[in-house]
Design a protein around this ligand. Structure first.
Ligand SMILES: NC(=O)c1ccc[n+]([C@@H]2O[C@H](COP(=O)([O-])OP(=O)(O)OC[C@H]3O[C@@H](n4cnc5c(N)ncnc54)[C@H](OP(=O)(O)O)[C@@H]3O)[C@@H](O)[C@H]2O)c1
Length: 327
């Protein structure tokens, strides 16, 4: 079976065809595809060797109350960063922040915020802006994978839930925090996407006509990559970079375990890949890229289709009620 992401060395035409045909496969098949990506994983994850100094720098990691985000937040604290832990579970978030501070040399605070509500996203951004006029690192990591067979769900704003939480909330959060990232330049944005990627169904982007959880997840994850490439073209890479990645396949996190799937890799593998984009010296000034774990790679072809990117950008601006940012 082939992965849904498109490695540079692969035959793009064959894989693009595969992606298109699989754009509405049932959830079980999509999850099997996700699982099969383990067979395609060629990179052996390792921590980046040369890293930037995070002392005195501030990082927001969405979805750091568990799984991949938690490990990344702890690592950033261990490098001396001021970390903003974010998630839904307040008790756990506060405990993780306290542990990061007590372990040092960095420190952490917790910011709650339900990403299924655009109003909550705006409030989260406002609190971050007030407490941190300069932001150096934004890791858009929070995400959901709805259980196979579950009925379609909507966000508080009436958007398909995976699209809303995995993509649209981060589109809004990033744009709300761009002034603080620019004030913190050089700054970085890391979008934690996935190898599971399905082109946008522009005729039914909220999947009202034909929903399955695997398609919803894969569409939302590719949306993050389209956003990455679009935003990179609007920003000066000497000031703010934005890159996306597939962190690792079937990590041993609640997302995988709660879906009854068998982990194929460790959360440490995924954290190494995220850390490379977040703090690796080699990524300085490099933007608009997609990484498959530790290796620079190619995402689904739609990410490099300027027309599709503009369509998603304009739609996202309309859905979040904001005017487009001019390049
Ligand atoms: N696991 C994998 O193998 C894998 C593979 C490829 C990509 N990824 C991506 O990696 C990222 C992290 O995944 P993971 O495996 O670490 O997942 P996870 O353990 O389930 O953690 C998800 C995080 O997102 C937060 N979150 C979920 N819904 C939220 C909402 N409505 N508002 C605010 N926060 C919310 C959770 O907060 P609470 O716990 O507080 O609810 C949690 O902190 C995701 O974007 C995922 O798509 C994962």
């Amino acid at each position: 079976m082939a992965c849904e992401w498109v490695p540079e060395a692969a035959n793009p035409r064959k894989l693009i065809g595969t992606i298109t045909r699989r754009s509405r496969v049932p959830a079980l098949k999509s999850l099997l595809l996700l699982l099969s990506c383990a067979l395609c994983a060629v990179a052996v994850a390792a921590a980046p060797t040369s890293v930037i100094d995070m002392h005195g720098r501030t990082a927001l990691v969405t979805g750091s109350t568990s799984g991949l985000g938690e490990v990344v937040a702890r690592r950033l604290g261990g490098m001396g960063a001021t970390v903003i832990v974010h998630g839904l579970d307040e008790a756990r978030g506060r405990a993780i922040a306290a542990e990061i501070t007590s372990a040092g040399p960095g420190r952490a605070t917790f910011e709650p915020g339900d990403l299924s509500s655009l109003e909550e996203v705006r409030k989260l951004a406002a609190r971050v802006r007030a407490a941190h006029p300069r932001l150096h690192l934004l890791i858009n990591n929070a995400g959901i994978l709805a259980k196979s067979g579950e009925p379609r769900r909507e966000s508080k704003d009436g958007h398909e839930l995976s699209f809303a939480i995995n993509y649209l909330s981060h589109f809004l959060l990033t744009r709300e925090l761009l002034p603080q990232l620019e004030a913190g330049a050089p700054a970085r944005i890391v979008n934690v996407a996935s190898g599971a990627q399905t082109p946008m169904h522009f005729d039914d982007i909220m999947l009202e006509r034909a929903y399955d959880s695997g398609t919803a997840y894969a569409q939302s994850k590719l949306a993050q990559v389209l956003f990455t490439v679009s935003l990179a073209q609007m920003l000066d890479p000497a000031r703010v970079t934005v890159n996306a990645l597939h962190p690792a396949t079937m990590m041993n996190t609640p997302m995988v375990i709660d879906n009854g799937l068998k982990p194929r890799s460790s959360v440490e593998d995924g954290a190494n890949a995220v850390m490379q984009l977040a703090v690796g010296s080699a990524l300085t000034g490099r933007s608009g890229l997609f990484f498959n774990q530790m290796n620079e790679s190619r995402a689904n072809a739609q990410a490099y289709d300027a027309g599709a990117r503009k369509r998603l950008w304009d739609l996202s601006v309309a859905l979040t009620g904001k005017r487009p940012r001019q390049p």
